[in-house]
Write a protein that binds this ligand. Sequence first.
Ligand code: FPP
Length: 244
Amino acid sequence: MSTEEDLPQHIAIIMDGNGRWAKSRGKPRHTGHRAGVKATRAIVEAAAERGVRALTLFAFSSENWSRPEEEVSSLMSLFFEVLQREVEILDKNNIRVRFVGAREQLSDRLQKKLAAAEAQTAGNDGMELALAVAYGGRWDIVNAVRQLSERVAAGELRSEDINDELFADSLSLAGMPPLDLLIRTGGEQRISNFLLWDMAYSELYFTPTLWPDFGAPQLDEALEFYAGRQRRFGRTGEQVDAPA
Ligand code: FPP
């Protein structure tokens, strides 16, 4: 029987493998991305049902701009279409949406949609869903450094007062619970410039399952893996096991 402590409060997912899923069926890549959207919907629903507090999804990285122009523009249209269709449903399910990434790099039309989705769901207090679009972990850290150094330059802050907590408050995921579990689908075992700061103590779960095939049963396998981990945060196993 799993306890509340066994459930990660915050999960992040690198949703990889849409292209290979399509290729293995002799279909174009965009078919894989459309199948990926279906998987995304199922996972958002399953995570909320299981009581996960926050879910962060890597939808488009800073590096994905270098994909063929046709794929980039088809992904951007897909994001717009998905927002158009799904925000109402997310809102009805009490989910709060936040976008993280260099949003000024996106079209005005998409930026407006993102802002509208955030505004519409801002009052919700169910699961928080962060969608990373044009996001990079290094970008996030550099951004935080810039914000803090501007405050130091303005005399609002002393550099010696900068600590972990203040730094985390300047990152995109500020205010969200610590990242407990990172899942990557599609077989690669790398971080690909995702949440570099946030995953300092996350458990890492890699699965060969391609993103369109990742559903509620596969999420449950990842949750089982997480529940079986002993989280030591730098302490020894004996210290963790000792009664308080
Ligand atoms: C990885 O597959 C996926 C992406 C580049 C991002 C697109 C994600 C979706 C369309 C899912 C839906 C997301 C939202 C928020 C609506 P890949 O193309 O890297 O696959 P490959 O490694 O097999 O080529």
